[in-house]
Design a protein around this ligand. Sequence first.
Ligand code: 5BU
Length: 276
Amino acid sequence: SSPHLRSYEDRAQKHNNPAARALLYLMAKKKTNLSVSVDVTRKKDFLAIIDAVGPYVCLIKTHIDILEDYDPSIIEDLQALSNEHEFLIFEDRKFADIGNTVALQYSSGVYKIASWAHITNAHAVPGPSIIAGLASVGLPLERGLILLAEMSSKGALATGAYTEDAVRMARARRDFVVGFIAQHRMETIGARDTDSVGDEDFLILSPGVGLDAKGDAMGQQYRTPAEVVTDCGCDVIIVGRGIIGTGRDIDVGEVQRQAQRYQVAGWEAYERRLSR
Ligand code: 5BU
């Protein structure tokens, strides 16, 4: 049956990719399908938020390049929090170049993303070579890749045939591609042209989740955890401003309360989906 009708625990036991297995295992153990997107520019806020939301999340999503006071010690602190609170790390890097270039961007430069991010993501636009390039670095490190099949922003071009071709690319590299950024499940796409669909288990990670706002002034669109997880069968809810707020000053107590609120909403939506 479709992965979204099975428990995270069952899926963890059967998944072939180590990063996906670890994520599904943590989701079941901590009873959370929440990923917090820590989109802040100061190291102090970044680490304080992660420490506060750590108990409620399965995955911390980063944009490491927006930190103004980045230094390599931030990664050590992030890893210590990841071990303490038991969450995985997802760098939302959205790679989009030829295989040789993305391999360098993933392994090297200032951030050395492959050395600390269990999961990262990529656009499908360059074709299969982008997966080959990233896999050459990530597979030996037991990493997982998420392909962008859809986006949450208004007017996104990743629709229709593009989304279908992204799914086909992923199916050809199920050792490394563990899921999609998408707004729906992808199993029904192109199901006729492959016989591997039956046992495939792609995680659907969905950004654009909010309990209070419907969108922002720059085209972001929000759906509720119930719409995303129960109705559309997505696996992980990604929440940024719904939890960390929009102001310059961070209220860590409020951030923690919101994280707990989204954890409960996401988990209830998952339990409702399984009981349907
Ligand atoms: P928000 O504050 O919950 O709107 O933040 C959403 C985050 O998810 C933000 O870091 C985006 O870069 C990211 N995102 C997204 O919003 N929509 C997408 O389709 C993709 C990523 Br891919």
